[in-house]
Design a protein around this ligand. Sequence first.
Ligand code: F6P
Length: 327
Amino acid sequence: MGKIKKIGVLTSGGDAPGMNAAIRGVTRAAIFNEMQVIGIRHGYHGMINGHFKELKAYSVSDIIGRGGTILKTARSMEFMTEEGRKKAYDNLKNEGIEAVVVIGGDGSLTGARIFCDEFPGIPFIGIPGTIDNDIYGTDYTIGYDTALNTVVEAVDKIRDTASSHNRLFFIEVMGRDAGFIALESGVATGAEAIFVPELTNQAAELKDFLEKGCKRKKSSNIIIVAEGDEEGGAMQIAEKVKKEFEEYSVRVSILGHIQRGGTPSAKDRYNASKLGYYAVEALLDDQKSVMIGIKDNEIVNVPFRKVTKKHKSIDPADLLMADILSI
Ligand code: F6P
């Protein structure tokens, strides 16, 4: 393939702090290499509906420290249909866009893989962007570090109230399919128990823990629950506990979208910039259908096929460690 002259960049799925740094990285690296850059607004929805806007080097000034995504994002149902993808292809062709960089999570990269199988003429490069950190093939995803720190700060604050009132708090954190946020925030805040989607039968263990009278031993108890847990959310688990253990003063806190916003951490700004830069390098190397990730501190190019077929989840040994450290 000859040298690419015009590329598109978009963010898709849930926004994540650091996405702007990646957009900046892609834009500046591409312009340095004499490519024209088109920002595709509103993710795949914008690709289908022609929401295109040229990005110059100055268009991405002063965004590296901002949360969210200046390109906006969406979860497009239409892109899941053949018809929607055909419309998107026609729009890219009409606009003269020869390659696309997609910044997003599992679903967005799956969309990219399907599109590339149908329309191999337009290379796509992926960048992992999700606070969930659940993308196979990369140790790092954009936004996870910032989200984790937000959760830790919030849980520390709740701990103050929990200790002052001798309460048992259930705190729900994000993570539909993977318990990374729950596990790492739980360890980092010394949580007494952690519920993750990867494990079953955790309710029985909790019952055991409460029966042993954890209340008498500690002045506060924090249980972190990942939203995707099989037992239901923090609210459902707390309701059951309240009925069975009336002696506990139980409260629930659902952290929600506070976890997705805010100023990106230094790590998220740096890594996202790097992924953006290397996405353009990959295009210059004639690569396509790969996600640029970070594995053992090295930049790696992982085929979409692998990224979207395999699942990354926490190591249960880490939960055992968490249990032991919280005795
Ligand atoms: O994938 C990121 C994430 O924040 C998940 O942790 C969460 O389940 C989901 O997005 C929430 O999505 P929405 O903001 O569309 O409700």
